[in-house]
Design a protein around this ligand. Structure first.
Ligand code: NAD
Length: 252
């Protein structure tokens, strides 16, 4: 594994794609940091693309509905939005070539960790073992009163706000706006990124904090960014590949 100190600048290859491919194929310490754009090719809408959840009309802004205070005040509206807009597209989705390639690289000993803002478990379904889910998962849900755990199937069968047999409100296994991220998961993510040889960032607007701030812990010169649109970290990237992450990684 190498850190910044003994890295030479990326090779001057004719194309960004070739340069990225060469760097990725030579490394045994890649860390991946991804967001909702990694799963759009699996049929799950992201937030900020043209056809993302933010572009769909709803009485409230998604970040309002998906906040802790709104969830506690209006669990009925929250669960209506959460089931329709977030959960339903995830039920039928399958890993795409991006998820599969990252799992393959991990098996080959080249990728050390997947750090994801996604809540859909598609990296695990593709076979990735070391997945750090910064924003939790839709598959584990917990009663706010008795702390009993509930599966996604149980939550989906309920109508209106999901409630435990004790009567308590069930909190979805995701981190809502206004809630803190799991400190242990965050600390592990920082350590992987801090010691990464290559940081591969993809499918994220890099505008949701503290996840977006994680790139600041990387001090190497091999930050490869794959994104359809401009992101919040374009200026920090050493190589930018503009396009679909599934298509690009799938062809590597
Ligand atoms: P975002 O919606 O803010 O940004 C997504 C980015 O990905 C955009 O810049 C878009 O241009 C890009 N993109 C979309 N499809 C792409 C593709 N096929 N290839 C390359 N780039 C693509 O998403 P975010 O930055 O992850 O932040 C939003 C939050 O939404 C996160 O906290 C995440 O937890 C949550 N979220 C998760 C899911 C999921 O689990 N699949 C879905 C929607 C939202």
């Amino acid at each position: 594994m190498t850190g910044k100190g003994n890295q030479s600048p990326p090779p001057k290859n004719p194309s960004a794609l070739e340069a990225a491919r060469e760097i990725l194929l030579q490394s045994n310490n890649i860390v991946f940091l991804g967001g909702a754009g990694v799963s759009t090719e699996s049929g799950i809408p992201d937030f900020r693309s043209e056809d993302g959840i933010y572009s769909q009309s709803f009485a409230y802004l998604p970040e309002t509905v998906l906040s802790r205070s709104f969830f506690l005040r209006h669990p009925d509206v929250f669960y209506d939005f959460y089931r329709q807009r977030c959960l339903l597209p995830m039920l039928t989705s399958l890993p795409n070539p991006a998820h599969l390639k990252l799992a393959q690289w991990e098996k080959e000993g080249r990728l050390r960790a997947v750090v994801t803002q996604n809540i859909d478990d598609l990296h695990q379904k593709a076979g990735s073992q070391n997945v750090l889910q910064l924003h939790g998962t839709v598959y584990r849900n917990q009663c706010l009163t008795c702390w009993r755990e509930h599966s996604l199937e149980e939550v989906l069968k309920m109508e209106g706000p999901a409630r435990c047999t004790c009567g308590g409100l069930i909190h979805p296994g995701i981190v809502l706006f206004e809630e803190a991220l799991d400190e242990k998961v965050m600390a592990k993510a920082i350590e992987y990124i801090r010691t990464a040889d290559v940081l591969l960032v993809a499918g994220s607007s890099m505008s949701v904090y503290p996840a977006a701030g994680l790139v600041d812990y990387y001090s190497g010169h091999r930050l490869i960014l794959i994104n359809k649109d401009i992101s919040g970290i374009d200026r920090q990237a050493d190589i930018i590949l503009r396009g679909k992450v599934g298509e690009i990684l799938g062809a590597m």
